[in-house]
Design a protein around this ligand. Structure first.
Ligand code: AMP
Length: 960
């Protein structure tokens, strides 16, 4: 719209008005400066003052509103609209702005600045002059052209001047600029028009400003809040969620929020963001921690320097890495120093008390920088050779504990007697298990002393009579040596009595009928008595009827009863002998158990099942092969019978493709072994005949056969220990001979040794005895015989008896005392037979107490009736064990010149000047070359331990 000149009558007045506006704006500037913040919150949609060219609003009718140029306080041209049709009645002058696009706005502010002429100051305008004008708007989605329809406008308000001015109002003191602000909204279309309706006033519209308010994007508490348009209502607060700045995170359960007020102000901040681990706050951002610094958590405010023995090479670290050899325990916070395992405990000392070992030590010199040092003990049992150390297992007790020890002492209990142990004491702290460096520990190797056996168990009353009670029991779990006897204590009220038994059963006689007796049993070894088992109360049977009672006292009746009983027994024996060939009817006399030859059974399967338990193969777990038997492999494994604890077993298997005879012979051993029940006879657990492979399951003897065991541990046992072994073998043989069983192949190779050094007689067969023994050779009398172990009458006439077993036992004694030396060394069988026939006998092995050698010589009596019985042998050995002084080797025996193979009547052999001379004297000159080759020219050669074997080779035999 082009500007046009005003009517002359009004011109000065309106110009003054514009000037006033200029001054006023100038004065307002200070105010605007204060309101900068407020202005900053405004988004201006229309500012008429900002436009210096024509506004070109629509004015209707054309003689109404006029666009007029003016200057503001800075003399900047501005555009104004004026109207002053005060003289004419019924004025209706419209002025409409251009289309204003509203953008995001919902609530629009309209600020009008105008001047208005006081009607009173105008003469002749009464009735036509007005002092207000109306403000309208129209919402549209786009521009609607330049026509103006009044009815499409919505009235916002009638605007009146706060102050109007008169013609005479000149000068700065009478400023009459009005400022009015109106708010419209909520608006829903894309834009709108504003319209001004003049109904006959004199107005100058100096400026029109249209704007809405916004809360501008800010960062508060490390959260960014975006530009936010204010709500539609005056009172509405718009809630806005903040977004954490980079490397910051929301504080737990406290996400950042702010509220945008209708005035465009951010109000009520809630929650916040915090810098992540590895970053710290600087102003409104998070910056990484520098090298050598860390921040472990977002909760921490500052980065901290790396703790001792740790480092980092990167910025923004949440923790520092430990230096080599240093660690952080899982529970260690990143703020603590890295630490390392402690050094070994110091000054470890031990104290042995029988089967208990106490250890004490001093703390390590270096605790690794921690104060959580504890100690742990590793216990290993070494089976005579250090490289065969195995963990001690659960039976060893540790007091106060095995690990986690706070104090510097510990006691280990329930160790095995006479056993080697290694104990390692290690200091550990919170990082020991993380360290891959070598363990540091203090160690001691210890041999335990002797200890009494543990308690016997499972005491069972086998038979309760009027005057006797028969008991049986299980040998102690930990014999801690060779059990020589059991003591049975029993008493009726205060009358205590004692009885001794060699085996694990006993019958107590001469008791009173109908009387309660209390029994307690304990085992005895060379280390003394074990503790008694718990008391067992048994009441003898009631007194019998008068007739029988009197028979116990009336000799006539007794004789009669004995006679009748004797006749019955005799009839049974005769009947048994006849029938026994067919059915193997066993005739047993009370108190004696007799061995029954399985060959007397027509059906060998019946024999096996009479004496051996049939086992379910599923109860047996074969683990590894430990040897080769005549019929197949011998394995070790585990047997778990229902309701019993799992035991280690040896399993002899029958190889596939066997003949019926082989099967019979194989199972024959079980039929024999199954008849025996003695702690020194290897125990049969049972057989598997109803599956394949056919198996014989025997108790497991950890140390295998005695000969190889002794050779492996040459010189490592005390004489008492060796005699203990011999005593066990003799006890087993006494039991077998008592049962009427003749072994025929008693030799150290046929004795098995368990982990407690208990020796048990094994290898029971019939013809097989001889067949599978590599030592057995055919003799002139036919059949194979292990010549070196066999008595002369058995070699010559096949006269095998318990007395010939005694001869063999003497050879076993010699084998044991010489640690598995071969009897008669490399002499030929023929020479041995000849030498024996001529009266020569093996000499005492090195370090052998004379009493023991004497016992050997007794066993080798030519006349078998002169040889001791096994019962006597056990008695002699028991005496020796009880009086260890009798086993002391006389001084000088160690370096003794060797007893030559010579008869005892020969003069002092030390008079020989050379080995040759001596061999000649004993008619063994054919061995001269062997001796010379072995470097034995003179008899005086002193022997070092290394020469032990050679020493024995030069040993001769003593003539009886
Ligand atoms: P045998 O057939 O009885 O001569 O056994 C052959 C080998 O198996 C023996 O020399 C032992 O090494 C081993 N052996 C036999 N029985 C047992 C057992 N009960 N415990 C441990 N090893 C055994």
């Amino acid at each position: 719209m082009a500007s046009r000149s005003l009517s002359p009558s009004l011109t000065p007045c309106l110009w003054i008005t514009v000037s006033v506006v200029c001054v006023c704006l100038q004065l307002l500037c200070g105010h605007v400066a204060c309101g900068d913040a407020q202005n900053a919150r405004e988004v201006i949609l229309l500012d008429s003052k900002a436009q210096q060219t024509d506004l070109e609003w629509i004015s209707y009718p054309p003689n109404g509103w006029e666009e007029i140029s003016g200057l503001d306080e800075n003399y900047t041209p501005i555009r104004t609209y004026q109207v002053c049709q005060v003289m004419e009645p019924n004025q209706n002058n419209w002025l409409r702005t251009n289309w204003i696009e509203k953008g995001d706005a919902q609530r629009i502010f309209v600020e009008l600045k105008f001047t208005l002429r006081d009607c009173n100051s105008l003469p002749g305008v009464v009735g036509t002059c007005k002092e207000t004008f109306n403000l309208y708007y129209q919402e549209t989605d786009s521009e609607v052209g330049r026509s103006l329809r009044e009815n499409q406008y919505v009235k916002i308000d009638t605007i009146a001047a706060d102050e109007s001015f008169t013609q005479g109002d000149l000068g700065e003191r009478k400023m009459k600029l009005n400022t009015e602000e109106r708010i419209i909204g909520p608006l829903s279309r894309r834009g709108f028009y504003l319209a001004f309706q003049d109904v006959g006033a004199c107005i100058a519209l100096v400026s029109v400003k249209v704007y809405y308010k916004k809360c501008w994007s800010i960062i508060e508490n490390l959260a960014t809040f975006p530009d936010t348009v204010t709500g539609s209502e005056f009172s509405s607060l718009v809630e806005v969620e903040g977004v954490c700045v980079s490397d910051a995170e929301e504080e737990a359960d406290n996400s950042p929020k702010m509220h945008c007020s209708a005035q465009g102000e951010w109000l009520v901040p809630i929650g916040k963001c915090i810098c992540k681990a590895g970053f710290h706050q600087k102003g409104d951002s998070c910056e990484p921690c520098g090298r050598g610094f860390y921040k472990s958590s977002s909760q921490d405010l500052q980065c901290s320097r790396c703790p001792a023995h740790s480092f980092n090479d990167l910025e923004g670290s949440w923790r520092c890495d430990c230096e080599d050899g240093y660690y952080r325990a899982f529970s260690d916070p990143p703020s603590v120093a890295c630490t390392r395992p402690p050094s070994a405990p110091q000054n470890l000392v031990y104290n042995i008390n029988q089967t208990s070992v106490s250890l004490e030590w001093n703390p390590p010199a270096d605790t690794g920088g921690r104060n959580d040092v504890t100690y742990r003990v590793i216990c290993r049992r070494c089976t005579w050779e250090p490289e065969e150390c195995v963990p001690c297992g659960p039976n060893v007790g540790f007091s106060p504990a095995q690990s986690g020890l706070v104090d510097t002492f510990v006691t280990m209990m329930d160790l095995l007697a006479h056993a080697n142990y290694t104990f390692e004491v290690e200091a550990v702290n919170g990082v020991s298990d993380l360290s891959r460096t070598q363990r540091l520990f203090a160690a001691v190797s210890i041999a335990t002393g002797q200890a009494a056996p543990s308690q016997v168990s499972q005491v069972i009353k086998e038979k309760v009579q009027q005057r006797s009670i028969q008991l049986s029991w299980q040998e102690p779990q930990q014999p801690n040596g060779v059990i020589t006897e059991y003591e049975i204590k029993y008493y009726e009220k205060a009358l205590e009595q004692e009885l001794r038994s060699k085996s694990t059963s006993a019958t107590v006689n001469n008791l009173k009928p109908s009387t309660a007796y209390v029994f307690q049993i304990r085992a005895f070894t060379e280390a003394g008595y074990g503790t008694y088992c718990p008391r067992l109360e048994i009441t003898t049977k009631e007194e019998a009827t008068a007739a029988i009672v009197s028979s116990e006292q009336n000799p006539v009746i007794i004789i009669a009863v004995v006679a009748v009983a004797g006749t019955i027994i005799l009839v049974f024996m005769v009947f048994g002998f006849i029938i026994g060939r067919r059915y193997a009817l066993a005739v047993k006399f009370p108190g004696t158990k007799t061995y029954i030859d399985p060959e007397t059974y027509e059906d060998p399967n019946r024999a096996v099942h009479q004496f051996a338990k049939e086992l379910d193969a599923s109860c047996i777990k074969i683990e590894r092969v430990i040897g080769a038997g005549e019929f197949g492999e011998v394995c070790s494994g585990r047997l778990k019978l229902p309701g019993k604890r799992e035991v280690s077993v040896a399993i002899k298997t029958l190889k596939v493709g066997y003949t019926e005879k082989q099967r019979r012979d194989f199972l024959c051993e079980a039929s024999i072994m199954g008849q025996f029940d003695h702690p020194n006879v290897v125990h049969l657990e049972g057989v598997v005949t109803r599956g394949k492979p056919v198996m014989i399951v025997i108790e497991y003897m950890e140390n295998g056969s005695l000969d190889s065991f002794l050779r492996k541990h040459d010189g490592q046992f005390t004489v008492i220990q060796l005699v203990g072994m011999l005593r066990g073998i003799a006890a087993g043989m006494r039991y077998l001979s008592d049962m009427g069983y003749v072994h025929r192949d008693l030799a150290a190779r046929n004795i098995l040794v368990n982990s407690n050094l208990v020796c048990k007689v094994s290898d029971f067969g019939l013809s097989r005895v001889i067949d599978d023994d590599p030592e057995a050779v055919y003799t002139t009398t036919g059949g194979k015989i292990p010549v070196r172990w066999t008595a002369p009458e058995a070699i010559q006439f096949r006269k095998f008896t318990s007395a010939s077993d005694v001869w063999s036992y003497g050879i076993v004694m010699w084998e044991v005392m010489s640690y598995g030396e071969r009897p008669y060394w490399d002499m030929s069988n023929q020479d041995v037979i000849k030498a024996i026939e001529e009266g020569y006998r093996l000499p005492a092995p090195m370090d052998c107490p004379p009493g023991l050698h004497q016992l050997m010589l007794d066993c080798w009596q030519k006349d078998r009736a002169e040889r001791p019985k096994f019962d006597q042998i056990v008695g002699i050995l028991d005496k020796m064990i009880r009086n260890p002084n009798t086993l002391k080797t006389p001084v000088g025996t160690c370096t003794r010149p060797i007893s030559p193979l010579l008869d005892q009547s020969t003069p002092d052999f030390t008079t020989f000047r050379s080995v040759g001379e001596w061999l000649e004297a004993i008619k063994m000159e054919r061995y001269r070359d062997n001796f010379t080759a072995a470097g034995y020219g003179s008899l005086e050669s002193t022997k070092t331990p290394d020469q032990r074997r050679a020493t024995v080779v030069t040993a001769g035999a003593t003539k009886m």
